[in-house]
Design a protein around this ligand. Structure first.
Ligand code: HEM
Length: 517
């Protein structure tokens, strides 16, 4: 008891010392007043009744660059200006913020793709990209079709008047990664792995004031102290430690089995890991990744690809339920395109399907807020000048080493000046006549959206996610109709990811689902 009190007192002392001795240099950038020293504006940003209640109002009031108060009185720069975003994403001076950094170390160790930096990151990305090219991803289509059929069977078996679609989608997306990346079925993952995964998914979609404060305190600690603190016996740390251990164990087993199969002359390159290991190369100058390097990616790839995709799909289905006319038009396109040969579909040439996916990604980016920290003093360019609270007009933002910057992706994707006056509305039709984006600065790998981020840290699995969503949506919307239950509107919550939430506070999206074909 005494040691826990001493530890907490020490944590707070370290936090306060570091906070009180830092000057930010962005004090004069206008922003909303802070309602509390302890929480700053963070409860408004991260725990509003519905995601964006405050953030989108601040966006209107202060524009795409403004200052917020972080927990314990620190300044945080909110950025949704495309020029500034592009600069930060491509600059080696900006790295993951401390909360994300702590999280990826905890989950995947020091050698996973999200944790490594600089040249080591570049080399690892080049190696990993082998499994995520256009051609490679096309080969995973049968896996996505299998998951889509399994989803159909689950929906058919349910007799409930409304169904929480989220856990079904989470299982489908975990299954897709497991088979396409590791080459093993969900059953092969084992009961313990699946149970821990469910617990982890729920933890990652929960948010509370205590968590926000704990994250802010954790972010102030030196990494070594934080790494020691994770051995505290809390539910969250226990689940993360177990997730890491189970993923490493799984990765090792999968890699060992693949190497054994390759030694017996069997082909192993039908999934991502088989391609990465690549032990039998006709070109002797090319080498696959080492077994250890492949194993180290397991937890991060599994987590990065699961609920990002599942939540996007859940929000998309909710929007279809809100827009029945568009849902009917999309279904007509799907049924006429898939016709008699559903395995040979050119998904990219289906205008309504792709407009729908782009619009869902625009309004519901799974990573709505991505934090970065400046490794050195930097000057951030901006599209339009801003006036500081001292009356000075500035055309760029100087920031000091250590400055926390939030890439406000959801805000960027709702900027009226770039997406139109109706930018807060779900209107897939906006994508039907060319790009609706009016900016001069290109961002992101897909449709000028930043849902998959941009620059060297662009989502590794973005092509994978797009094809997976195309296949799943065609199966679901082609065969079922989706309507909203009367009594439980879906809420939008910001936790680690943007998640749908039900009125009882749990993660999920209730929909009435009816088989029509
Ligand atoms: C709709 C689905 C998805 C969305 C919206 C999404 C979004 C993102 C974003 C925003 C990042 C950058 C995070 C940051 O650096 O702060 C990221 C990174 C990453 N994503 Fe995705 N993702 C999706 C699906 C997937 C899938 C299916 C996979 C793998 C099969 C995947 C694997 C990764 C990996 C490994 C990284 C780390 C890349 C690096 O640090 O170099 N993602 N994703």
């Amino acid at each position: 008891m005494i040691s826990a009190t001493v530890l907490i007192a020490a944590i707070i002392a370290v936090a306060l010392y570091r906070v009180l001795h830092r000057k930010t240099g962005i004090e004069n950038i206008p922003g909303p007043p802070s309602p509390s020293w302890i929480f700053g504006n963070m409860l408004q940003l991260l725990l509003p009744p519905s995601y964006g209640d405050y953030e989108f109002t601040w966006l209107k009031l202060y524009g795409p660059i403004y200052r917020l108060k972080e927990c314990l009185g620190r300044d945080r720069l909110m950025v949704s200006d495309p020029l500034a975003l592009q600069y930060i994403l491509n600059s080696a001076q900006f790295v993951h913020g401390p909360i994300a950094e702590n999280f990826v170390y905890l989950l995947g160790g020091m050698k996973n793709v999200s944790a490594v930096r600089g040249d080591a990151h570049k080399q690892l990305r080049t190696a990993l990209n082998t499994g995520f090219t256009v051609a490679a991803v096309k080969n995973y289509q049968p896996v996505f079709e299998k998951m889509a059929q399994a989803l159909t069977e689950q929906l058919e078996q349910s007799s409930a008047s409304s169904i929480n679609i989220s856990p079904l989608l989470s299982t489908a997306t975990l299954g897709a990664i497991s088979e396409a990346v590791l080459g093993c079925s969900t059953q092969d993952l084992g009961e313990e792995f699946v149970a821990n995964n469910c617990q982890f998914v729920l933890l990652a979609s929960s948010q509370s004031a205590a968590q926000i404060l704990a994250n802010a305190l954790g972010a102030l600690l030196p990494t070594s102290v934080f790494n020691a603190a994770v051995y505290l016996p809390t539910t969250a740390f226990r689940a993360i430690r177990k997730a890491k251990y189970l993923a490493e164990d799984l990765g090792r087993r999968v890699v060992r089995e693949k190497m054994d199969a390759a030694r017996q002359g069997l082909e192993i390159d039908s999934d991502v890991y088989g391609q990465l290991l690549n032990p039998v190369q006709s070109d002797s100058t090319k080498k696959g990744m080492s077994e250890e390097a492949v194993v180290a990616q397991t937890s991060v790839i599994l987590i990065a690809g699961q609920d990002t995709t599942a939540n996007t799909l859940a929000f998309g289905l909710v929007e279809l339920a809100r827009h029945p006319q568009f849902q009917d038009q999309l279904r007509a396109e799907i049924q006429s395109t898939l016709g008699a040969n559903p395995h040979d579909v050119l998904y990219d040439s289906m205008p309504l399907l792709n407009a729908f996916i782009k619009e869902t990604l625009r309004l519901y980016p799974a990573v709505a807020l991505a934090d970065r920290v400046a490794l050195a003093d930097a000057v951030i360019p901006i599209t339009k000048e801003i006036k500081t609270s001292m009356g000075e007009v500035i055309t760029q933002i100087p920031v000091r080493k250590g400055q926390l910057v939030t890439l406000a992706i959801a805000s960027f994707q709702r900027l009226e000046s770039f997406w139109g006056a109706d930018s807060h509305q779900f209107k897939p039709q906006r994508w039907l006549e060319g790009s609706p984006y009016k900016g001069e600065t290109s961002v992101g790998p897909y449709a000028n959206l930043l849902s998959f981020l941009g620059g060297p840290r662009t989502c590794l699995g973005w092509r994978f996610a797009i094809l997976e969503m195309q296949v799943l949506i065609c199966e679901l919307v082609g065969k079922f109709s989706f309507t909203l239950p009367k009594d439980d509107p879906v809420r939008v919550r910001s936790a680690t990811l943007l998640s749908p939430a039900m009125s009882n506070g749990e993660k999920g999206a209730l929909l009435c689902v009816m088989r029509i074909l």
